[in-house]
Design a protein around this ligand. Structure first.
Ligand SMILES: Cc1cc2nc3c(=O)[nH]c(=O)nc-3n(C[C@H](O)[C@H](O)[C@H](O)COP(=O)(O)OP(=O)(O)OC[C@H]3O[C@@H](n4cnc5c(N)ncnc54)[C@H](O)[C@@H]3O)c2cc1C
Length: 391
């Protein structure tokens, strides 16, 4: 099998890249280890930055998002039983975000790819990337029990944190930067209308809580829990009681309860692999970097990476110049580190660190007070939340 760009992974990064390349007249093959149903149901991110929304529209993948997605013009910060709304358009010159689940983004992109795009093989597991430093890199993979080789001009590893692409980087070239956190998020999906029409980020002495939504009738809620928590330790009633405590306000706001349909625990990690390119192998999305979900940046970073790659390859086709491909890693990493900074800031400002002493807790409150009292500090949060420019 032979193609111009071999893409490993059909998460948001791989699927969007295939669409961008298709639109630019460049052929690709996508290899995905899981089946279609699994990829379309995997619950993950839900907040699309303005730039991501624009990219999906331009790629021809925005029709259902525009119909069913929920435009959000702000978030609420809650601490000390007080509420403070951050107004995005007023602080950023008109920017907003869109609530549209990652599952739906993937469904839309898969449907387009299967309709008129290049091959998208499910249950095709990449085993190794070979010859990254040559002009003909290859992906060895297994599809329907048979081993095969995909010969490419370029390989893009969009295979997430646990994928194989990163392993093809020589040890002496790879540098990793990492931070783990002593807590995770217990996330639930509940069949109940969201109790607030915008996301609520709550800092409480018992820990962080987030109110989010997937649609006008489905709520997505999260609780900070200790690292290694088993979701089954938490009964539905215990979850709702704890959410009630952490979201409590002085003005009598109430949280509506409903049947919980899904429960899982997500660990929190910050991670960056540098560089993001070795020869003709490029990394994009979670394959190269992870952020804790507090800043809602993971999916949006993946989008930025593949847009940067598609532009660079198109530039090469049009001009013969490798200049943008050579700049790929540095271009992406500038944006990645801004997202790492913001995600870290939001995480440490809002979560209860079990090791924190009284001084740390006072500082945390002072940071929240600063955001709510200073337009400059609030603008910084709003600009970072609605997204950093791509490229
Ligand atoms: C449990 C969880 C919850 C999250 N919640 C949020 C959130 O609330 N907000 C937020 O902004 N972000 C969240 N994220 C992060 C966000 O979902 C990711 O940043 C985003 O999915 C990145 O997209 P990606 O395409 O780079 O990687 P992925 O979505 O991980 O896709 C990688 C794909 O590669 C496939 N693959 C892996 N190995 C191979 C192989 N060897 N061969 C072929 N295919 C392979 C995988 O099956 C997968 O389909 C969450 C992540 C996780 C894990």
């Amino acid at each position: 099998m032979r193609t111009t760009v071999g893409i490993i992974g059909a998460g948001p990064a791989g699927l969007l890249l295939a669409r961008l390349l298709h639109n630019a007249g460049i052929d690709s093959v996508v290899l995905e280890s899981r089946d279609r149903d699994y990829v379309e149901r995997r619950q993950r991110a839900g907040i699309l930055e303005q730039g991501t929304v624009d990219v999906l529209r331009e790629a021809g993948a925005g029709e259902r998002m525009d119909r069913e997605g929920l435009r959000h013009d702000g978030i609420e910060l809650r601490f000390g039983k007080r509420r403070h709304r951050v107004d995005f358009p007023a602080l950023t010159g008109g920017k907003s975000v869109m609530v549209y689940a990652q599952t739906e983004v993937c469904k839309d992109l898969i449907a387009l790819q299967l309709k008129d795009g290049g091959p998208l093989l499910f249950e095709a597991e990449a085993l190794a990337v070979e010859g990254a430093e040559t002009d003909r890199p290859r992906v060895r993979f297994r599809h329907e029990g048979v081993e095969d080789v995909l010969e490419c001009d370029y390989v893009v590893g969009c295979d997430g944190f646990w994928g194989v692409a990163r392993r093809a980087f020589p040890a002496e070239l790879s540098r990793t930067f990492e931070r783990t956190y002593p807590f995770g998020w217990l996330g639930i999906l509940a069949d109940v209308a969201p109790s607030h029409d915008e996301l609520v980020y709550a800092r409480h002495d018992r820990g962080f809580a987030l109110l989010s939504m997937r649609s006008p009738s489905v709520s997505r809620l999260y609780l900070q829990v200790p690292e290694g928590t088993d979701a089954e330790e938490w009964s539905d009633e215990r979850i709702w009681d704890e959410l009630d405590r952490r979201f409590e306000t002085a003005d009598g706001w109430t949280l509506e309860r409903g049947p919980i349909t899904q429960k899982s625990v997500t660990p929190m990690r910050s991670y960056v692999h540098e560089p993001m390119r070795h020869g003709r192998l490029f990394l994009a999305g979670d394959a190269a970097h992870i952020v804790p979900p507090t800043g809602a940046k993971g999916l949006n970073l993946a989008v930025g990476d593949v847009v940067t790659f598609a532009r660079a390859l198109t530039h090469r086709d049009e001009t013969g110049s490798d200049e943008l491909l050579d700049a790929y890693s540095a271009t992406c990493l500038r944006r990645v580190w801004q997202a790492e900074r913001f995600s870290y800031d939001m995480t440490t400002m809002l979560h209860r660190d079990p090791e924190a002493n009284g001084f740390d807790l006072r500082l945390q409150l002072a940071r929240l007070e600063r955001v709510t009292a200073s337009r400059a500090a609030e603008t910084d949060l709003a600009e970072s939340y609605t997204g950093f420019p791509i490229g």
